[in-house]
Design a protein around this ligand. Structure first.
Ligand code: UN1
Length: 482
């Protein structure tokens, strides 16, 4: 019941901090099994959460109540939460590094993005009513920024939120929620239920849920959509941000130094664990050898290791399952003689060293490899249209990068590539709230873009007509693809 939750202040209320190794224990009084959280850089235990029991799930749904406060009050509270995030940066960085393996540079960018989301949505609260109860399901790769962005959008409009963070990163989520509560979000309007797919499935199939915001794999998004269609009221919004098979084209007029810097950041920053990351690099024949030589040198200069060290450029991948999948992909390429560059991975954690693999083209990539693996293809100038067609034929459309010094070519290629975010002569990661809203087309998501002017509209109770057209639009985008 609501009273029970209020008494506990947060459902996962016990939170202890100890000196290294950091142990955090958001454990509820009731609840299901204990779930350990592991530091991917050294496999030590970061803390424990207690997973919700069926009764916890039911209680959370019964207690969820849209936020009864004026738009101005909600804006004040979200801005106060942004202040609290900033004030607690050291603790948030420690959690991001230890739980998610984030380098310090990535921690800074992630906190900034989370704070930007809070302030951006607080400044643009529409007059419409909330949908009701929103389920927000977020990924481990941006466990603070995407987690907070979804929640802030839903709360800004006055929805009640039940947030399910990724299994691997519940502690940073717990800390974020406790700061939002401290800022003044009522517990009945924001509850946290950590767990895996079963918790997500329960929270997307209960008719008390009015809408779902999801960031994660395309396959999971399609399951959620089916579950919503079967169980939720017609027109319930699904805002899905999903995967990508992102390409970059470097033509013979590109500046090699600039291209190489962009490639290193796009493919290997965050150990390649961004849906925006570069997966397939197309090099025009005349420049390919120069770029590859410089790229290999730049890879040798990367520091791999403990993300908590100031000098580390790239940390571990999230866990053993992720590492095994990526290594299997590299093994296959090695057996086929297609590995162009391999490096030594640090020991002791779930590290994968940055790797270059040669491919004939992007169609050789059967799925998104979510790690520091870059596929490289060559093309001749007369093959440009085929390259564009092959990139579009993946069905994904998230990010695309282009390096060229010919203005007409920028126009020509950007007019033809289907992608939510197009980047020219720069890296293709690191969208910025407000100035570069982020989101994809086709298999990459439903839109509207996060951190953009239209995003909050999907968290509002629409009039019937708008709900139906939004739903049809989102559904047809995602079902028209394989
Ligand atoms: C994701 O990786 O799930 O632009 C999406 C970027 C980030 C991507 C977030 N905003 O790199």
């Amino acid at each position: 019941t609501l009273a029970a939750i209020d008494t506990a202040r947060a459902p996962y209320a016990v939170h202890q901090w100890a000196a290294a190794p950091l142990i955090a224990s958001p454990l509820s009084a009731a609840g299901g099994a204990e779930h350990p959280v592991t530091n991917p850089a050294n496999l030590t235990q970061v803390g424990t959460v207690r997973l919700p029991s069926d009764a916890d799930l039911d209680n959370a749904l019964a207690a969820a109540t849209p936020w009864q406060a004026s738009a101005a009050e909600r804006a004040d509270v979200l801005n106060r939460a942004a202040d609290l995030y900033e004030e607690n940066y050291g603790e948030l960085f420690a959690l991001l590094a230890r739980e998610a393996g984030k380098t310090l540079a990535d921690c800074v960018a992630e906190l900034r993005e989370a704070v930007d989301f809070l302030r951006y949505y607080a400044a643009r609260i529409p007059a419409e009513d909330p949908v009701g109860v929103f389920t927000c399901i977020s990924p481990w790769n941006f466990p603070l920024a995407i987690f907070s962005g979804q929640i802030a959008a839903a709360l800004a409009v006055g929805n009640a939120v039940i947030a399910k963070p990724a299994e691997q990163t519940p502690l940073i989520a717990y800390r974020a929620v406790s700061l939002l509560h401290e800022a003044g979000v009522p517990v009945s309007a924001l509850q946290l239920l950590p767990g895996g797919g079963e918790v997500g499935a329960a929270l997307t199939s209960d008719p008390r849920v009015g809408g779902v915001a999801f960031t994660g794999s395309t396959a999971t998004a399609l399951k959620i959509r089916a579950s919503m269609a079967d169980n939720l009221r017609p027109g319930a919004p699904l805002i899905a941000e999903t995967g990508g098979l992102n390409a970059m084209i470097v033509d013979s007029t590109a500046l090699p130094e600039q291209a190489v810097q962009s490639i290193i950041e796009s493919a290997f920053q965050s150990a390649g664990q961004r849906c925006s990351a570069l997966r397939c690099l197309y090099l025009q024949d005349d420049i390919a050898d120069t770029v590859l030589k410089m790229l290999k040198g730049a890879m040798d200069a990367l520091n791999l290791g403990d993300p908590w060290h100031l000098t580390t450029d790239s940390g571990p991948v999230i866990d053993d399952t992720a590492r095994a999948g990526i290594l299997a992909h590299i093994d296959t390429a090695r057996a086929e003689g297609r590995v162009l560059k391999e490096m030594q991975a640090p020991q002791g954690g779930t590290f994968v060293a940055p790797t270059l693999i040669s491919v004939p083209g992007i169609s050789a990539l059967k799925q998104e490899i979510f790690g520091p693996v870059l596929h490289v293809a060559r093309f001749k100038s007369q093959e440009l249209d085929k390259v564009i067609d092959d990139i579009n034929a993946t069905g994904y459309g998230l990010t695309f990068g282009l390096h060229t010094r010919i203005d007409d070519r920028v126009q020509y290629i950007c007019d033809r590539i289907h992608a939510g975010n197009l980047y020219v002569n720069r890296n293709q990661i690191g969208a910025i709230v407000g100035s570069q809203p982020f989101g994809g087309e086709g298999l990459s998501g439903t839109g509207p873009k996060a951190g953009g002017p239209l995003y909050l509209s999907r968290f509002c109770a629409p009039d019937r007509q708008r709900a139906d057209s939004n739903w049809a639009e989102g559904a047809s985008e995602m079902s028209s693809l394989p």
